[in-house]
Write a protein that binds this ligand. Sequence first.
Ligand code: NAD
Length: 306
Amino acid sequence: LELERLGIHESVEPVFPPAELADYLAALPVEIAVVDDDMPSCDAIVTLEHREAFLEVDWVHSIQAGVDRFPFDEFEANDVILTNSTGIHDTTVGETIAGYLLMFARRLHDHVANQQEGRWERPDWDEAFTLSGSTACVVGTGTLGRGVAETLGGLGLNLRGVRRSDEPVPGFDEIYTTDRLREAISDAEFVIVTVPLTDATRHLFDADTFDAMRDDAYFVNVARGSVVDEPALIDALETDTLAGAALDVFETEPLPEDSPLWGMDEVIISPHCAAYTRDYVRDTGDIVRENGDRLEHGEAFHNRVV
Ligand code: NAD
């Protein structure tokens, strides 16, 4: 692989202006251009979305950690290297989740809704609670999971992690293996999903899983929409077998206008931006630059997926 021309695909635009990344990477000894689907003679592409034409380049870097939208088999068959942006979303997503949990516990979402209507209305005596002393079960203990544990640990929550191995993980008070998922979530006030979307995690959260949760528990998904059977989640919320949910990702994005989730009082919806920050361009750029350096020194890529 010889890197002469690196394209920054225009699909990154919703996350940061492509030209900002081109500027940030200007010191790399390669030609850098912002490109559309034509991508004239690029050896590598930095992108948000997938395009069929990427099978022609040598290296594709995803600005997201999740790479479920890329066809791994086709990349492999065409000798295309795929790298991702895992490792940078610990604090950003951790803080977003702390925000969701504080909104529910301290009823801040109600205050905002009431303010829109000019309404002075206090919570019922038994509505508000503290996060301190509550239990959060975090399913997936990678970058996101650890960042969530670190942030929520600072707020006094008990942290329970669910992962495939039973090795302890810094920041978690206890670890359950995935075969004990139902048990792990059964008494938690918050269940937070931070696994990648794979064949093993697709619809991991279905009617039975929601059934295993407490009726007063809140469900948080910042992973991928299809980790959840969305109609089953909607049903659990409508029948009050769950207290509420904070959702950053959905089976269809943007979330369709007619989704019942939009109208639910105890549902917080964010438009797949839990990791957004003004530093995103630099955090991603550092991974690309590191791999540019590694390529020059003949070393293996960081964050290689395919
Ligand atoms: P990561 O690779 O650092 O961590 C993923 C963890 O999940 C790993 O520890 C892995 O072992 C574990 N895992 C994989 N399959 C599992 C299974 N079947 N059961 C239990 N654990 C399993 O990735 P990350 O940076 O933490 O990101 C995780 C996912 O979160 C991404 O794939 C992406 O889909 C999503 N994400 C969303 C946002 C957002 O803005 N909403 C931002 C970043 C990442």
